[in-house]
Design a protein around this ligand. Structure first.
Ligand code: VGL
Ligand code: ZN
Length: 198
């Protein structure tokens, strides 16, 4: 089996002080850097939204961050403005080793569709291209780390398992947002999909 480390959204806006800060989001950076040395392939994902993105509460008059809304593709959490293309907050955490990355997958760039997963946008059908990249490189065994456990890590891990990849999530190198029990639901959903939780 050929292995890859997938590092999900370790960006300034998801770390303390950022627009959508995850508690202790920065605490996982040294461990992720160390883990990169053990993998023959390293792939980073980067949340990358245009200003005025439809997942931002600010794009919906009267809405507040963390409200729910209904999109054409289903329910969607409304977030604070975050990871705007080219902004400081969209950059990787300054201590994250980015030189080891073979590929950076940007996602969330369609103004009308959010994209938690590294494989499909939130309509669950528009691909990012990562599946084809991995398959053509013969990579079939994925370890995932990063932010946030219950959103982008969760959706990426479940999609990868459904696509037939062997998937391990290193929870010690992830941190979650935990909205209304989303962390517990994510852990259960990942286990059910056949993701190995470590
Ligand atoms: C994420 C919410 C909105 C994540 C991205 O990286 O988990 N969460 N955009
Ligand atoms: Zn986002």
């Amino acid at each position: 089996m050929t292995r890859a480390l997938i590092v999900i959204d370790v960006q300034t806006d998801f770390c303390p002080g950022g627009a959508l800060a995850v508690q202790e989001g920065d605490a996982i950076v040294p461990g992720i850097n160390a883990l990169m040395t053990e993998f023959p392939a390293v792939i980073l994902t980067q949340d990358w939204h245009p200003a005025g993105h439809s997942s931002f509460a600010s794009s919906h008059p009267g809405a507040s961050p963390f409200d729910m809304t209904e999109m054409t593709y289903g329910p969607q959490v409304l977030w604070p403005d975050h990871c705007i293309q080219g902004s400081l907050g969209a950059q990787f955490h300054p201590d994250l080793t980015t030189d080891r990355a073979d590929l950076v997958v940007r996602k969330g760039f369609d103004p009308a569709i959010d994209s938690y997963s590294a494989f499909f946008e939130n309509d669950h059908s528009t691909p990012t291209g990562l599946e084809g990249y991995l398959r053509t490189r013969g990579i079939d065994d994925l370890t995932m780390v990063g932010l946030a456990t219950d959103f982008c890590v969760n959706f990426s891990a479940v999609d990868a398992a459904r696509l037939g990849f062997k998937v391990t999530v290193r929870t010690d190198l992830c941190r979650g947002i935990d909205l209304d029990g989303s962390l517990k639901a994510a852990m259960e959903g990942m286990a059910q999909a056949g993701v190995e939780i470590r």
